[in-house]
Design a protein around this ligand. Structure first.
Ligand code: ATP
Ligand code: MG
Length: 355
């Protein structure tokens, strides 16, 4: 049965890329299938432990952002990862499924570890195994994320496939899997874990930094001017867009003209995503115009779209008791799904259950 899982790390401020590439796309899914949205705090310690007070505040802030964006706790499960032990337990098992070679090819590790790989935490290296566990602890089938997570989702499928294969006979014997919808020589008839579908679509799968059109907009970018935070006020948004790097040419009249112009392509893509338009539509209106005309229009649209959400986030942040109770309720619902899955997994592997 279909189920959506996705998450955001509580590291620093949520930005426009997180909103357009991920959270905003989750909202309509709530009415289509069961949805689970996690604040992935266990991932937030892989690049160094943040200040403890800031980590718990950021966890509440991401929760408030989910809700302000339209994630409804009566429709979706909202919780923080560390509260459901099954994530860590399944991640350990996946550490023993995934191969060193698979993880060595992950580009996010290479980027985040930088030059000094010897000094990166083991957790940063094993991050994709925990992400696979996040998804598969709920046997989720659909994962809406930005384009940067594509490789991790392929790894999630590889882990699921290897587990299904290695334990194919056992899963059949126990009669606990689901029939393989697309039988092939590579996969057994009975699968325990689904092969997750990535949902990476739309004009905003990869919003780029406002300072460098070749780098993705990131929470962890040291330059605050590189991103629009969901908590930025109108003046800050306008200033960041005004200062955004561009080339000196006018906007082209067709999308082909955006090739090799990463900064122009990015700003047009942001406008399109915020306005619910295609890039073609945007260029129909702005083709031939200079950035000096386009940037103010973009600021106006960004402020109009983001400020109601920012206000709502602030309002929600004033009531921490309410946020914590949403997370508590979500953690209970999430555990109720993940506990039986881990019980199955322990049986499949042969861990002796004496309790
Ligand atoms: P960090 O730099 O700490 O990794 P991040 O900005 O990449 O932070 P994550 O919490 O890692 O944020 O990602 C949350 C979600 O936002 C993921 O689905 C990810 O694919 C998506 N996302 C992140 N950055 C962008 C971006 N620039 N454009 C579109 N989607 C993005
Ligand atoms: Mg990231």
């Amino acid at each position: 049965q279909p189920r959506v899982f996705s998450g955001v790390q509580p590291t620093g401020n949520l930005h426009l890329g997180n909103y357009l590439g991920a959270v905003s796309r989750w909202v309509p899914l709530q009415d289509q299938m069961p949805t689970i949205f996690c604040v992935v705090d266990s991932h937030a310690i892989t690049a160094g432990f943040p200040d403890p007070v800031e980590l718990s505040e950021a966890t509440r802030e991401v929760t408030a952002a989910y809700m302000a964006a339209g994630i409804d706790p009566t429709k979706s499960i909202i919780f923080n990862q560390s509260q459901v032990r099954e994530h860590a337990e399944l991640a350990w098992i996946f550490n023993c499924v995934a191969r060193m070679g698979w993880l060595s090819r992950m580009t996010q590790f290479k980027e985040k570890a930088g030059k000094n790989k010897e000094n990166a935490s083991v957790g940063l290296f094993a991050y994709p195994n925990l992400m696979a566990a996040d998804i598969l602890a709920y046997r989720a089938t659909h994962v809406p994320v930005g384009d940067d997570q594509k490789q991790h989702l392929e790894l999630t499928r590889d882990i699921a496939a290897k587990f299904n294969n290695d334990f194919g006979e056992r899963i059949k014997e126990l009669g606990i899997g689901v029939p393989n919808p697309t039988p092939s020589p590579e996969l057994p008839e009975q699968l325990y874990f689904p092969l997750t579908e990535p949902m990476i679509a739309g004009p905003a799968t990869r919003i780029m930094s406002l300072r460098d059109g070749t780098k993705k907009m990131s929470k962890s970018d040291p330059s605050d001017l590189s991103r629009i935070n969901l908590t930025d006020d109108s003046d800050t948004i306008a200033k960041k867009i005004r200062k955004a790097k561009t080339d000196p040419d006018a906007l082209p009249s067709a999308v082909e003209g955006l090739a090799d112009r990463p900064e122009a392509d990015n700003l047009v893509g942001i406008y399109a995503a915020l306005g619910g338009l295609s890039k073609e539509d945007v260029l129909k209106d702005f083709g031939g115009q200079q950035f000096s005309a386009f940037k103010p229009a973009l600021s106006e649209l960004a402020v109009a779209k983001l400020s109601p959400m920012t206000d709502e986030m602030r309002r929600l942040m004033d009531d921490k008791v309410q946020i914590d109770s949403v997370l508590k309720d979500g953690a209970e619902k999430a555990s109720a799904i993940a506990e039986p899955v881990l019980k199955d997994v322990r049986r499949i592997i042969g861990f002796l259950d004496v309790r």
